[in-house]
Design a protein around this ligand. Structure first.
Ligand SMILES: NC(=O)c1ccc[n+]([C@@H]2O[C@H](COP(=O)([O-])OP(=O)(O)OC[C@H]3O[C@@H](n4cnc5c(N)ncnc54)[C@H](OP(=O)(O)O)[C@@H]3O)[C@@H](O)[C@H]2O)c1
Length: 327
């Protein structure tokens, strides 16, 4: 496993990190333990979760939120200090009107709840899950800055931010000498390349880390879904992941898979290995957050993670992407 510096900070994170959105949602605690152990054995040192992850994401039953954090808290007992823990807040996770968003009120409560579930006294990377247009960003940043000063958070990050939102937040942090967002967590894969237009140039200029999610397009870039055919029974599409369904409906993903598959085969790689290597071949990506529902998926995906695609392969992929209107 290779490690990269998180933006301008001195923190070194594994270039592949483990996402735990599946924990408690699609896989139970014992399967989650196998996935986690496999990731740690491979040298992954950054684990990403969120206060909202759990079975409640599909049922919208709020009692099913937080299960991923709770499982992680139990599984990490005795080895918490061996890893970097990243979590997020913003989603509406409780019955009251203030149980979501980014008010000072909710920032404090969300962090305390995550610390309790994760059985830890600090979060290494605390991320706002999305932009909150209803709360002045200064209120959120001041609350987060206070919590950094209290020692409960090491670094701040944001997720699903547009470049202008990050620029605005950075401006306010600089104006008031507050800790700034040192990383951004966008979706980035062969089928979701939108960040290349504005976010990537901004992030490169401001030395912000990119911890990108869904490098395998939520499973699409493993080639397991074929147009017109039933999905594998144990896959997330079969289990009803809404955002995966939308991605397949609104995106020429099947066409891309058909065209990229021969490039992966020519290297003797699986499509999943090729898709992960493509993300990591971009030096502006600090770490790609990989998801898995089985330990063998991690072992398979990581096999060529340290190898970069050639400039010719990257150019060929760009041509394919633009020929089908993906980029
Ligand atoms: N900030 C946000 O808004 C946001 C949103 C989404 C995700 N995330 C983060 O990013 C993490 C990763 O997201 P993701 O799970 O969508 O990422 P992903 O890596 O694109 O997709 C993972 C899925 O791909 C399939 N897979 C993985 N390795 C495979 C292999 N070697 N061969 C065949 N199939 C393989 C599995 O699908 P099956 O389980 O169906 O087999 C697995 O669940 C999440 O856990 C979360 O931490 C953040």
């Amino acid at each position: 496993m290779q490690y990269r510096r998180l933006g301008r900070t001195g923190l070194k994170v594994s270039e592949v990190s483990l996402g735990t959105m599946a924990f408690g949602r699609w896989i139970d605690e014992s399967k989650s333990a196998e996935v986690l152990d496999t990731a740690l054995e491979a040298g992954i040192n950054l684990i990403d979760t969120a206060d909202v992850y759990g079975s409640g994401m599909d049922t919208l039953d709020q009692s099913g939120f937080g299960e991923s954090e709770a499982i992680l808290g139990r599984l990490l007992r005795g080895r918490r200090d061996d890893i970097l823990l990243a979590t997020k807040f913003n989603a509406h996770v409780g019955p009251n009107v203030n149980d979501g968003g980014q008010s000072r009120y909710h920032v404090y409560r969300a962090l305390e709840n995550s610390l309790r579930r994760l059985q830890t006294d600090h979060i290494d990377l605390y991320q706002v899950h999305a932009f909150d247009p209803e709360t002045p960003i200064e209120e959120t940043l001041r609350a987060l800055d206070d919590l950094v000063k209290q020692g409960k958070i090491r670094y701040l990050g944001c997720s699903n931010y547009a470049a202008w939102q990050l620029a605005k937040a950075h401006g306010i942090s600089a104006l008031h000498s507050l800790h700034r967002f040192e990383s951004v967590q966008p979706e980035y894969s062969l089928i979701t390349r939108g960040i290349e237009r504005e976010l990537v140039p901004f992030v490169e200029s401001e030395k912000v880390g990119i911890i990108s999610y869904s490098p395998l397009g939520r499973g699409i870039l493993s080639g397991k879904y074929r147009q017109g055919e039933a999905p594998p029974a144990d896959s997330r599409l079969a289990l009803g992941e809404k955002r995966l369904e939308l991605l397949l409906e609104s995106n020429p993903a099947y066409a891309l898979v058909d065209k990229i598959q021969p490039l992966a085969e020519a290297k003797g790689w699986t499509l999943a290995q090729f898709a992960l290597s493509w993300v990591l071949s971009h030096s502006y990506v600090t770490s790609a957050i990989l998801g898995a529902s089985k330990p063998e998926q991690i072992r398979d995906a990581l096999q060529h993670a340290e190898e970069r695609l050639t400039p010719q392969e990257l150019a060929e992929i760009d041509d394919i992407s633009s020929s089908i209107g993906l980029f």
